[in-house]
Write a new protein. Structure first.
Length: 333
């Protein structure tokens, strides 16, 4: 199966937003960059993950009338574990005097999003933990209740803002604020896009322009009162997610040259490893660059070796032995 046009380019834009947010936050650049765009980049990743994972699962179901959870989890392990394991190993050595055993355990078990006060070098792994929890639950739910998949996803989109509202009024704090239900609506809209994309018409240019503007304007809304918070949760955030999905569909239907340009696509392909190691940009580059180089460059190098494949999936990834890293590691899909 050929790579889906433009999606690596969308990943590149997303990781660029995240990187610029980190650089601006820690004064490594003088650019006045709205930090909300870092969160936007993560939400775009969530929408893409929902879309690509569901698309692969639906294709498998169409071929075989079922979904092999074993094969899916093996493929995810090959995609996610190597770079994450390298990063955790190097960080555990370099920061062995700062890290506690349960810091490493929470990160290794993909529960970093539930940790109230994570160490700075592991805290950014919360988004990877969200992804892994989604990978664990959604394929099982899709296989078990395949006929009700759309209803389940719509229910998730309704439940997520209700859940956040309940946390708001209950004055909740701690790890639950980073739990999967808080971000599940972004993943769900991506899943719905995969289900309905074959039946959706071509997105007209004016609609694409409108949705793109919403993607970059909605995050700037300041939800600083109770009424504005509810408006954001129940109106603007769903609008944001639908707009992201609409833009993704548009760039697939109309593959823009920039999004498919070699260097941009390459940046998208290594976006996973960049996201794993991004927090090391927080150190003062002048004096502590070696601390960034060790964990970050090793994970990026691993990704570079693993993402040279021009396909979205292996021809036969259930076989006991695979031939090369290029065949083991897949794009974030």
């Amino acid at each position: 199966m050929q790579r889906i046009p433009s999606l690596d380019g969308v990943r590149a834009i997303s990781i660029t937003l995240v990187v610029l947010c980190h650089l601006a936050n820690w004064k490594h650049i003088s650019l006045s960059f709205p930090t909300v765009y870092g969160a936007l980049g993560v939400r775009i990743f969530f929408v893409l993950s929902g879309f690509l994972i569901t698309k692969l699962l639906l294709r498998e179901h169409e071929r075989s009338a079922t979904i092999s959870l074993r094969d899916f989890y093996i493929r995810r392990a090959y995609r996610i574990f190597p770079a994450a394991a390298v990063y955790l190993f190097v960080v555990a050595i370099i920061f062995r005097h700062q890290l506690r055993w349960y810091d490493i355990a929470m990160a290794a078990l993909y529960l970093a999003n539930m940790q109230s006060y994570p160490q700075w070098m592991l805290g950014h792994l919360w988004s990877l933990s969200i992804e892994e929890q989604f990978y664990l639950l959604w394929p099982f739910a899709l296989k078990t209740w395949f006929r009700h998949k759309s209803a389940i996803l719509v229910g998730v989109m309704v439940f997520s803002p209700v859940f956040i509202t309940a946390l708001y009024f209950l004055h909740a704090h701690g790890g639950i604020l980073g739990s999967l239900p808080v971000y599940a609506d972004a993943l769900a809209i991506g899943c719905l896009l995969a289900i309905f994309a074959p039946r959706l018409p071509r997105v007209p240019g004016y609609a694409a322009v409108f949705m793109t503007s919403m993607v970059f304007l909605v995050p700037l809304f300041a939800a600083n009162t109770q009424t504005k918070t509810l408006l954001q949760l129940f109106v603007l955030q769903p609008l944001l997610h639908v707009s992201i999905a609409g833009v993704v569909l548009h760039v697939i239907q109309v593959p823009y040259q920039f999004l498919n340009w070699g260097p941009v696509a390459w940046l998208g392909r290594i976006s996973y490893s960049l996201s794993v190691s991004i927090h090391h940009l927080n150190w003062d580059i002048r004096w502590h660059c070696w601390r960034w180089d060790a964990p970050a460059c090793l994970t990026i190098l691993l990704s570079n070796q693993c993402c040279g494949c021009e396909r979205n999936e292996c021809k036969n990834w259930s076989r006991p032995r695979l031939q090369c890293w290029n065949e083991l590691l897949l794009p974030l899909e």
